[in-house]
Design a protein around this ligand. Structure first.
Ligand SMILES: [Zn+2]
Ligand SMILES: [Zn+2]
Ligand SMILES: [Zn+2]
Length: 304
């Protein structure tokens, strides 16, 4: 699509504009007075904004306000309003992504491991929720995963507030499902860009075996890999979770009609038996009664 918007800044220039405490104070004051409840995205007058920021030097205030205009702040006839990029910056800071580095765990969740029935704990660091088995070797190892990792999910720090260990696991997996769903629908959850989607099948893997494979180092031999081609946001997931909106997949994961939680859907997607097709044409199939649910190399789902 053609860019018919205003002047674009390079990322470096945009970040440089924010490298001043007073400018961030102005953005926060504008956000508080225009976008919080009861404000309905309205504008504020110059004097209200300056008073909210509390900067006594008008020359200094005017200079920094003018630098924010265009990209982050919009000047109207009667005052100042927030631009979307300005709100995004404020919300990113409020979410704790740039300022907090909380860690916790491992803490017990009361959930059983889907590989060995051992106890599952949850821990948090590097903005990821990790579920980990206290007994077995888990399902995957990445550079930053703790021992026994069963799932490793990006999760923002603000999502930890007032949650129990079990709730954190469920919410992290529920968010993961939505993010995977958006990537599968060709829209990056972070930037809206188009996505690449592929099925990765390990030819060395015994499809019926849940032990970690020496070749791919996973306990599941076929995964869906989805990645934004613009910003690189990506997720790796059991293939079935890329199609949670499809009735056949819901039926596969909820055969007993128990409306399983996000964590249970994940465990079922990780352990559901599958067959691998012709190595030249990557695909996995799942038996459902007399039918087959097939996920192809580009993650297209068909019923056979
Ligand atoms: Zn285990
Ligand atoms: Zn993206
Ligand atoms: Zn393998």
């Amino acid at each position: 699509m053609d860019d018919e918007g205003g002047e674009c800044l390079s990322p470096e220039a945009a970040f440089a504009l924010l490298g001043d405490e007073l400018r961030l104070d102005i953005l926060f004051a504008l956000y508080e007075s225009t976008e919080r409840e009861d404000c309905q995205g309205d504008s504020v007058t110059y004097s209200t904004l300056r008073e909210a920021v509390g900067e006594p030097d008008s020359g200094k205030f005017n200079y920094h306000l003018s630098r924010l205009q265009g990209q982050f702040v919009e000047k109207l006839d009667h005052g100042y309003a927030m631009r979307h990029a300005g709100s995004t910056v404020v919300r990113a800071v409020l979410s704790g992504t740039f300022t907090d580095d909380p860690r916790f765990g491992p803490a017990p969740t009361g959930k059983p491991c889907f590989r060995c029935d051992g106890d599952v704990s949850v821990s948090y660091r590097n903005e990821h929720v990790f579920t980990q088995c206290d007994t077995c070797e888990g399902s995957l190892t990445l550079r930053f995963t703790p021992p026994g990792t069963l799932s490793a999910l990006p999760y923002p720090p603000a999502g930890l507030d007032a949650r129990t260990a079990g709730e954190t696991v469920e919410l992290a997996h529920a968010r993961f499902e939505h993010e995977v769903g958006m990537l599968a629908a060709d829209s990056c959850p972070d930037c809206g860009g188009p996505t690449g989607r592929e099925l990765v099948v390990c030819s060395d893997h015994d499809a019926g075996d849940r032990t970690r494979c020496g070749e791919c180092d996973l306990s599941i031999g076929a995964v869906a890999r989805l990645e934004c081609t613009t910003c690189g946001c990506g997720r790796v997931t059991p293939p079935l979770l890329a199609h949670l909106g499809r009735p056949a997949v819901l039926e596969l994961l909820d055969a007993d009609g128990s409306s399983p939680s996000a964590w249970t859907r994940f465990t079922r997607a990780m352990t559901r038996p599958y067959e691998v097709g012709d190595p030249d044409e990557p695909a996995v199939t799942y038996a459902m009664g007399d039918d087959l649910v097939r996920v192809g190399g580009d993650l297209t789902l068909t019923l056979e």
